[in-house]
Write a protein that binds this ligand. Structure first.
Ligand code: BG6
Length: 470
């Protein structure tokens, strides 16, 4: 078997502004939805930012980015996936003019990346929509957000022309279906929303994404813009026909989003799906054409785990997961947070997605959330012996290599939370993904010092060998 990753493979890590920057109110930044989500997706939102919200300070990447990017460079990163906090650029989201201090900040960050030959890959909207757009417009339910997003996208495409060539529009765009506030800044509680409300909001995001695709290419033909979804495999719990059909139905819920964005049209099963969910969609003249004109250049996705599906889930134990609950797969081990560890699922997802769309794939997130123990490294500093994380990453990278061997075109891999940051779903520090330990605790204490874990050195060697040394 071919043991090599492609020569120009983009190795790196991924972070998001709201989970690492902190400085939530500095230099003209407006509030984002995350500033009122101290409990992640599980708890109530607050009226204003509260000190208990760890994201307000994050890991202080806002000030410490030179040190952090130097550490990424030491690991040999070729790419850093990060997001722009929309509310640093347009504090309210609907402002006429951008905030220069916000634009200048990301100039410095991108320049710092380029100093080390690290290509930035920038997510425009990573669960951090300006709060004002949520309060005033009910988020993406309102079609006017398309125009606000286009203005924001054009502003950053023009400003960072030549510095950034890879862009992603909406992080895990398919999460809006399950978490309308985090995914779509929709302020109305989920139990008061109909399926039509949710799919209409998704439709607006599809249109905004298509406009951003077009604008990016018009401003710089070298730009490549990907869609970004929560990648998922839905395995039937048994081979009983009803379980197979249930798994197919679940697959459609996920595939729907990539089908629209990669093919530029609503898929063949839309009518059946919408009938079942009782969705009626308001399409305006020109919408279908715009979707066609603004398809994504590549498909990027997060992959942490797979789901298992049964026609009657009550017959089985349930399993937690990334923004999802499913039934437990008895063949798989689970992370400390109950997520099924399934490298073979990543291989299948890559192969299937490439076969389906025949466009390049980029693995924008993958990693293991685990509690780490900081110990002295014997050289006057500290480290973490995170062999469990190395095992997870190694097995998933082997799966990527297998998928490449089967013909999938995959041009890069960014390990999620390459430096410890605040978790998205649970808003805690305790759940760590990083190869770099950050001394910050759930009670807010800690020096914020950075320490190299064992996985830091392992990943450095993987990159140096272009994946031969897994
Ligand atoms: C993805 C998100 O869902 O998973 C990230 O894009 C998130 O923002 C990551 O951090 C891991 O999830 P969590 O909840 O463990 O932080």
């Amino acid at each position: 078997m071919e043991e090599r990753f492609p020569d120009q493979f983009l190795w790196g890590g991924a972070i998001a502004a709201n989970q690492c920057e902190g400085a939530y109110d500095l230099d003209g930044k407006g509030l984002s939805i995350q500033d009122v989500m101290p409990h992640g997706i599980w708890g109530p939102i607050t009226e204003k930012p509260e000190a208990e919200n760890l994201k307000l300070k994050g890991i202080d990447f806002y000030h410490r980015y030179p040190e952090d990017i130097a550490l990424f460079a030491e690991m040999g990163f070729k790419v850093l996936r990060l997001s722009i906090a929309w509310s640093r650029i347009f504090p309210n989201g609907d402002d006429e003019e951008p905030n220069e201090a916000g634009l200048a900040y990301y100039d410095k960050v991108f320049d710092e990346c380029r100093k080390y030959g690290i290509e930035p890959m920038v997510t425009l909207s990573h669960y951090e929509t300006p709060l004002h757009l949520s309060l005033e417009y009910d988020g993406w339910r309102d079609r006017r957000l398309i125009g606000f997003f286009e203005r924001y996208a054009r502003t950053v495409f023009e400003r960072y022309k030549g510095k950034v060539h890879y862009w992603l529009t909406f992080n895990e765009i398919n999460s809006i279906r399950v978490y309308p506030f985090m995914g779509g800044a929709i302020h109305t509680p989920k139990d008061q929303l109909t399926a039509s409300d949710l799919y209409q909001a998704a439709h607006h995001e599809f249109l905004a994404s298509a406009l951003a695709e077009k604008a990016a290419h018009e401003i710089d033909p070298e730009n490549k813009v990907g869609c970004m979804v929560l990648g998922m495999i839905n395995d039937p719990r048994t081979c009983a026909p009803e379980d197979l059909l249930a798994a197919m139905d679940q697959d459609h819920l996920y595939l729907f989003f990539t089908d629209v964005m990669m093919r530029g049209a609503y898929p063949s099963y839309t009518k059946a799906l919408f009938e079942k969910l009782n969705v009626s969609l308001n399409m305006e003249p020109g919408d279908a054409e715009l979707l066609k004109e603004g398809t994504a250049d590549f498909l990027s996705f997060s992959y942490y785990m797979s789901r298992c599906v049964a026609a009657d889930p009550s017959k089985y134990d349930s399993a937690a997961g990334n923004l999802t609950v499913s039934v437990r797969n008895p063949y798989l081990k689970q992370s400390q947070w109950g997520w099924a560890i399934d490298p073979a699922g990543l291989e299948q997802y890559c192969v299937r997605m490439y076969e389906r769309y025949q466009k390049p794939l980029f693995i924008a997130e993958n990693g293991l959330g685990a509690e780490d123990v900081l110990i002295p490294d014997g050289k006057g500093s500290y480290t973490v012996e995170d062999d469990y994380r190395i095992d997870y990453l190694r097995n998933h990278l082997k799966a990527v290599r297998n998928a490449i061997h089967q013909g999938a075109e995959i041009f890069g891999y960014t390990a999620w939370g390459c430096i410890d940051l605040v978790s998205a779903s649970t808003a805690e520090m305790r759940k760590r993904y990083g190869m770099i330990y950050v001394d910050r605790n759930d009670d807010g204490t800690g020096t914020l010092n950075r320490y190299r874990k064992k996985s830091f050195y392992w990943y450095r060697d993987v990159i140096a060998s272009n994946g031969s040394d897994l």
